[in-house]
Write a protein that binds this ligand. Sequence first.
Ligand code: URA
Length: 433
Amino acid sequence: MRMYDIIEKKRDGKELSPEEISFFIEGYTKGEIPDYQASALCMAIYFRGMSEAETVTLTECMARSGDTLDLSDFGELSVDKHSTGGVGDKTTLIVAPIAACLGGVVTKMSGRGLGHTGGTVDKLEAIPGYRTSLSEEEFISQSKRINIAVIGQTGNLTPADKKLYALRDVTATVNSIPLITASIMSKKLAAGSKNIVLDVKYGSGAFMKTTDDAEILAENMVKIGRGCKRNVTAVLTNMNVPLGENIGNALEVKEAIRVLKGGQKDELYEVCVALATEMVALFKKIPPDEAKKLVIGAIDSGAALSKMREWIKAQGGDERCVDDESYLPSAAVIYPVLSPTDGYITGTDAQLIGASAMILGAGRESKDDVIDPSAGIVLVKKPGDRVKSGDVLCRLHTSDVSKLKEAEKVFLSAVKFGEKEPPKEPLIYKIIR
Ligand code: URA
């Protein structure tokens, strides 16, 4: 078999055989196929697309390219959740303990943030002592003991995706539905859970800017996940505005705890209830309206909060932070950004707000940047709010005063003002079950 022929076949719009796809993934992972041929194939896939059968094979080959986790001991109870990435997205910190306290087994590998979006691992590392790296044995035994363990991705999970994603990033081939689907779903398959809930975000702070694109991606991922014998549900959620009030690692942990205490019943709460409902419906095999009652009960009774305490402690973190947020990092400087005008806030560019938080130290521009766990933004006003000139729009948190002016400028460029109250946007566009 020759890589040249595979590229030519896809270039001409023909369907690749499972053997050809497997030849490509194995050869590329081992370094036997050079980057220039892999990029040519990615570009051909970008233009020609892939059939469902091709995408299933690609996903399975990528999932098998490195270690895979065996969660068969947990039977039908293992449950994972994946977000396509957003700003202020701390939902994992909330839905994972909810699902775990209701009997699901959340054995989860999460990612770090890059660019304007945050990553769960960075948020967890804001908790003093929390270990985001456990041996496979510790990971599984903790999951057996308390139903929940959340760590960073291990070194050898889906190496094919690591190489291919880096290549796509520099060859303008990221934005291809079959390639995104295989990239995300291969990681989920390798991580082993039987039940998977996908939070597919759309809007200014998301990877998919429109509901149409998000829907195509979500439908594709659900189809491919099911083709690979997993139970998959996708929830399409709005990311035109950051989720909740806090953006930044320790700030997001604080907000997640507030939601689990029942002290915040806003959009963040609603999205978390929707996601947790789908998780519970999958692993308990019950109708969503029944699952929703259990989810709300787990928050109201404090059971999910207790699970969070237990989880943090099990992973070496200082669980006192659940009851007293002074055990979490806080910023040396808190700076208010004031409204330059009177009127309504008619919208935001969530990506720019994420960029402003990144400038303050909450995220990294390149992989080796060091994060300031206390840095970030607390939103005071959101779209639909009426403001007067001089009102506080948000508070910037940082340890580095020299970052404030640029972060303020970027933040203000993200906020749109107008005379008329804007229509309320739906928070959840669609659920694909
Ligand atoms: N996230 C991923 O993990 N892969 C992609 O291709 C795009 C977003």
